[in-house]
Design a protein around this ligand. Structure first.
Ligand SMILES: C[S@@+](CC[C@H](N)C(=O)[O-])C[C@H]1O[C@@H](n2cnc3c(N)ncnc32)[C@H](O)[C@@H]1O
Length: 422
């Protein structure tokens, strides 16, 4: 029976012309007046798709299960787990790396057009050492399911995609999949898993334990929830940084260095020795180090981070480079305190918020401190575009934008944007 456009059902199969890429790792197609977000297709292709989600009024979700007219950049995905019904970690393994970067550039440009009303030419830059775009992810947080299997989650699901040496996660650094497949489960985690599964059934959802694996150059670090977390050393921007094993650090080996370089370029000409700079959402001080090098021992860097161990490490990592003021607080809260460390004026603000972005309160408050430049490092182009519009309302306009392919095979992209007083 052909699908009924009035009552579409999961599993219905439809032949579609695939339209442009959209934010989130899918393309947009249209069927019977509805929007269909299609995974595993490329713009301009013709594909048979299978509906995977029909719960929403405004749109449907689908997977391309047969390509009848292929884009010239389509390639055979390498990973066993990639494809309809498979892992949710990668979105674009079916396209060349060059096409992936073009898709990401289109998404960044489209978000800026739609949410900030700006036409900005965007190029996504390849990271040094990208190679074939596999084996780069040095940190993973994988789930443990009731059957004891470990791996990433399936698309829009809590189901674990079990990795093994025969079927590894192809973007994970060498050794992480093999380590995960051979892991014994500590007794307290096994207990938590059993309790979580029971409680989860009651609540209609299953919350299963997770494990962090970190590539260290020797044997991978394995961290369960109850483990003592060691501090490890990472290198970027010409120096070493101490970071907790489960703390935030860029997951691509070249990303921290590349982004630090981009931030350094962006502050060039706006920050002099003796100046004052803020590193908001500072982690262990990666961008704080760039700022400290610019202002020198007579200058000041305030680094703000809501995770106390990270602030402590940032203060240690930046020791001696400048006058360092490390504060553990929520950025939005600290900006409200007129007498606090973010109360006065500042030459340059660098911010690197989580995916949700800075938001209205933080954007508005930053502009009242009259910085010569605001440099915004963003992992979500939609949040960046929304905040670009807010900053413009408050007198700061987008001056330069660079984008980097820090997460090959996925839809994720990192941007470094500079805003100047209009
Ligand atoms: C994307 S990471 C950036 C870390 C650092 N800039 C780096 O590149 O290594 C965002 C950081 O912001 C912190 N964070 C999240 N929400 C925050 C908030 N409301 N206030 C302060 N820090 C926050 C997180 O703990 C995390 O370390």
């Amino acid at each position: 029976m052909p699908p009924d456009p009035e009552h579409p059902r999961v599993g219905d199969e439809i032949l579609l012309e695939i339209g442009p890429v959209a934010h989130g790792g899918h393309c947009v197609a249209r069927w019977a007046g509805r929007v269909v977000f299609v995974r595993h297709a490329l713009p301009g292709e013709q594909a048979l798709v299978r509906l995977t989600d029909t719960r929403h009024d405004g749109f449907l979700r689908a997977d391309a299960i047969r390509i009848d007219r292929a884009d010239e950049a389509r390639i055979t995905p390498r990973c066993f787990h990639f494809g309809p019904g498979g892992c949710g970690g990668c979105d674009f393994q079916h396209a060349t790396l060059q096409r992936q970067r073009e898709l990401k550039a289109a998404v960044v440009a489209e978000q800026l057009r739609r949410l900030a009303g700006m036409d900005v030419p965007v190029t996504v830059e390849e990271l040094p050492g990208t190679g074939d775009g596999f084996g780069w992810r040095t940190r993973v947080r994988w789930g443990l399911d009731a059957a004891g299997r470990i791996g990433p989650r399936a698309t829009r699901s809590h189901d674990v995609v079990a990795v093994s040496s025969a079927a590894p996660c192809e973007i994970a650094a060498p050794g992480l999949s093999e380590t995960a497949a051979a892991l014994g489960v500590p007794p307290e985690v096994a207990l938590e898993r059993a309790q979580g599964a029971t409680r989860g059934r009651d609540r209609g959802g299953v919350k299963l334990p997770e494990v962090n694996l970190v590539a260290t150059g020797t044997a991978p670090l394995v961290l369960w929830k109850h483990d003592d977390v060691p501090t490890i050393s990472e290198h970027a921007a010409g120096r070493d940084f101490r970071v907790r094993g489960d703390g935030f650090w860029q997951v691509h080996p070249a990303a921290a260095d590349t982004l630090a370089g981009a931030v350094d370029d962006a502050v060039d000409g706006f920050l002099a020795p003796g100046g004052v700079a803020w590193d908001l959402y500072g982690g262990v001080g990666l961008f704080g180090a760039v700022l400290a090098d610019r202002v020198g021992p007579s200058g000041t860097v305030v680094t703000v981070e809501n995770d106390a161990p990270a602030t402590a490490l940032a203060t240690e990592n930046l020791d001696g480079l400048a006058r360092i003021v490390g504060v553990t607080d929520r950025v939005e809260q600290l900006l409200e305190d007129a007498d606090g460390p973010l109360g006065g004026t500042v030459d340059v603000i660098v911010l690197d918020p989580p995916r949700s972005g800075a938001g209205r309160v933080v954007c508005a408050a930053m502009t009242t401190r009259a910085p010569a430049a605001i440099v915004y490092v963003a992992c979500d182009p939609a949040a960046l575009a929304r905040d670009t519009a807010i900053l413009a309302e408050h007198g700061y306009s987008l001056d330069t934008l660079r984008a980097f392919d820090c997460f090959p095979q996925t839809h994720h992209v990192e941007c470094v944007a500079r805003f100047l007083p209009a």
